[in-house]
Design a protein around this ligand. Sequence first.
Ligand code: CP
Length: 356
Amino acid sequence: MSQEGARQQPVPADEDTELFHVIDPQVFERRLLDELCDLTTRVRTLAKSYAGARFLQELLPNRRAMFYFTQPSTRTFLSFNNACHILGIRTSEIRDRSTSSEVKGESFDDSIRTFSSYVDVIVMRAREPGRAAQAARLMDTIDRPVPVINAGSGSDQHPTQALLDIYTLDRSFSERGGIDGKVIGMMGDLKRGRTVRSLCYLMKNYADVRLVFIAPGQFAMQNDVKGHLEEHGISFSETERLHTVLPELDALYVTRMQSEWDTADECRTVDLRRFSVGTRELGMLKPDGIIMHPLPRGPELDPAVDMDPRAMYWRQERNGMWMRVAVLLKIFRLESRIQCLDPEAFAAQDGDKPWE
Ligand code: CP
């Protein structure tokens, strides 16, 4: 296909920012985060044109992805699935162990090794913490290793959610100096919320960020994350009073109570009204403050908030698809094919926009 207007020489791959497995957010450095954010924006822009979408579709038709989601998911599953389709990657899935040979006694390791015989990347979500890391370690010992992407393991980590959250913050603050120097509130079940935990691990990459944890005492942020923040000199405070801190926040990241991890109905003991956002709270938020939520939501986020331009969560979930395209491009080392392009040149090829 013609690439009129595109530079002819691809940018050489940067070995310092190569990606293979995506297991923990701790390994992401600022350079890679900035590159992923830039790549995400480029892909989004490119995909708006028919010619650009066709170009993306033809990048990876020779690759296959396996989705092994044994814990429920809507948006992580769908956004990865659609990210693959955008790049021409074919997909297969197991979403219930009862339909796999694990019910016949096949071990987890043998199952993962079997997936790797057929595909080029494994995207997995498991209820048990550490499963994605276990799969990645196994891959590192075999002749044909394929990358493993952690799409949420236990209540511990959700690294690609953290990447899309960084992208959403970065874009939201693009006219205000980016994420550096911002005050970010995180509210809800911070003890068992893997999204906020993973996001905290990325904060070391941004200067002068201040975090405010707003949670009931029994669901406070855990010491492993707080220790990491202290180690990296990231300022944080803790409170149970949302209304006291709300006016100083640039972003409020709301999370639901993670009742699926309850062992004795612990969530029922919480007065959720104190950790919720509705129209009253919008009145206390800065005019340019934003509300984020990884979704799905519960009663902590009133649907009436959706109409406010500061509600960023629907954009946030859509950003997830584009960021996951960027992650796949990095894993398959095709980022330079995008970085050297001019999306406007693709838009110009569209002519009469045949899909309209
Ligand atoms: N944010 C998120 O992980 O959503 P799902 O559980 O629907 O994938």
